[in-house]
Structure formats: C-alpha cells, structure tokens
Design a protein around this ligand. Structure first.
Ligand code: MF3
Ligand code: CO
Ligand code: CO
Length: 265
C-alpha cells in the first residue's frame, strides 16, 4: 500500500495560504462569468489574478497541459482546454478548475457555474455533484476509510439517476500536485485506506447525467462523456482532523453564478 503523507504544522499553514488563494480566484471567476465570454477569457482572468498574488498556475505545462486552468463545458467531464472560440452561451454549464502553486504548495478547487438559465438536466447534474462533494466531505475524520467517502457519493448520485465517473479520482496534494492516496468517488463503506489527522487530499466527484463512460479527445486531454450527456464537478482540498476536517479551499461567501441558482425557476 502506498504511503500517505502526514502534513506538519508548517505544511498545514502553507496549505491554508495557497488554498485560500485558489478559493478567491475561483470566486472571482464566478463574479466575472457571463454569456459571450470565451474560456480563453477565463484562462486570462485566472492567470492574471494568480500572478498578481505572486503565485503560479499549476496546470500550465503540467504534463504538457497548454493553459493555466481547466474549463469544461456541458458534456466535457474534465481537463477542458481554454480556447478563444469556446464561447459560453446561455444555458451552458461550465466547470472551472483552479490549481494555485505558492511557496512550494498546491491548492486545488473547482466549481460548476451556470451561464444564464440552466435546463432541468443541467440543474440536476450540477446540484447532484455539489451535494456529492458535501456528502463525501461529511465522511472525513480521523479513523474513517476512503471507501466511506466513495460510498456516500456513489449512493447519492445513483439514487438521483446520475452516474459517477470512474476514470478520474481525487488525490493527495501538497508539495506535489497529484500524490497518494487516490480518492475514488465510488466505493464500499469500511474499505480502503484509513484516514489519519494530517492527511491532505482532494475530493472532486465528476457526475454524469447519463452513463459514467468517458472518451478522451484527440488533444489527449479533453475528457467527454461517451454518451454525450451533461457532466458536472465540484472540488475542495481537505485536511483530515481528529474530529472531522478543515476545508483548505473554503470560500468566505457564496459563489456567484452557481450557489443559490438552483432555487430559481
Ligand atoms: N485540477 C485537476 C485536478 O483536480 C488536474 C488538472 S491537470 C491539468 O486534479 F494538467 F489538466 F491541469
Ligand atoms: Co484535483
Ligand atoms: Co482540480
């Protein structure tokens, strides 16, 4: 079994700083998001805000990724590449996945945003994925197992007529962008790595309205649903504590163009 790092107090303090940066950049994206803008515009916004903080965008050149942030529209599951001709239009959903690198540490967080008024299906898959992340987080505490997180997510997604992507998982994070453990978003309770206070990892369920199968496009990055159905995702970077967890990418207010919109007609 692969070893999972236990963060030192100094590691934790630095992860709080970078996690807050990533959260603030993601909130800024929500505030600026509007139909007619391109995902290239989002890329520029994220890059400029990150550099202004004296930080770097971890995705840029990571295993050859060509841009500063991942932008995944509608049936794109993850790793969408920003482009000037990818224009957001009314009714789209778009996941923006920000990973900030500062002082040697990574903070990773994403959200799905509504562009204008969502269809019933877009709202359902987005709200199910938001709830899946919350339910996964609620399982986290010293002594719990990774399988508890996957089970909570899988049970809720499937009970609500959605599916959980298997091909991509959450991950340990810190000095490395992607580290052990692998955090599956499906699972069985009471199985898998036992969580210990000081572990830091992401939970980032990708939820599809249809089947969980994905295809990778010829750019070798963009993952799309095989059946063309909508997909949504939310992600936090999480520290395991004695009696629960600390969200290192917690936001200090609601996300514009995402939270609360589910209640509108
Ligand atoms: N941010 C993604 C994650 O949550 C990883 C993106 S890898 C990239 O793990 F190269 F596409 F940026
Ligand atoms: Co991640
Ligand atoms: Co991410």
């Amino acid at each position: 079994m692969a070893l999972v790092n236990i963060a030192s107090p100094q590691d934790i303090q630095r992860m709080r700083v970078v996690g807050k940066m990533a959260a603030e950049t993601l909130m800024l994206v929500g505030e600026k998001l509007v139909a007619g803008m391109s995902t290239e515009d989002i890329d520029r916004l994220v890059r400029e805000d990150t550099l202004r903080r004296g930080a770097k965008c971890a995705p840029l050149h990571y295993h050859g990724f060509p841009k500063s942030v991942c932008t995944s529209i509608n049936d794109v599951v993850c790793h969408g590449i920003p482009a000037p001709d990818a224009i957001l239009k009314d009714g789209d959903i778009v996941n923006v996945d920000v990973t900030t690198l500062y002082d040697g540490y990574h903070g990773d967080t994403s959200a799905t945003f509504y562009v204008g008024k969502p269809s019933e299906g877009a709202r359902r898959v987005t709200e199910v994925s938001r709830k899946c992340l919350d339910l996964g987080i609620a399982e986290v505490r010293d002594g719990a197992r990774l399988g508890d997180i996957g089970a909570a997510i899988q049970e809720y997604a499937e009970a609500n007529g959605c599916s959980v992507v298997r091909k991509f998982v959450g991950h340990g994070i810190g000095k490395k962008f992607h580290d052990e453990p692998k955090v599956s978003h499906i699972g069985k309770r009471g199985t898998g790595v036992r969580l210990r206070a000081g572990m830091i990892f992401t939970i980032e369920p990708m939820i599809n309205l249809g089947d969980y199968e994905v295809d990778i496009l010829d750019d070798d990055w963009t993952a799309v649903t095989h059946d063309g159905s909508l997909s949504a995702q939310f992600e936090h970077t999480i520290l395991v504590t004695r009696d629960g967890c600390e969200l290192l990418t917690k936001r200090d207010g609601p996300l514009a163009n995402s939270e609360g919109l589910s209640l509108l007609g």
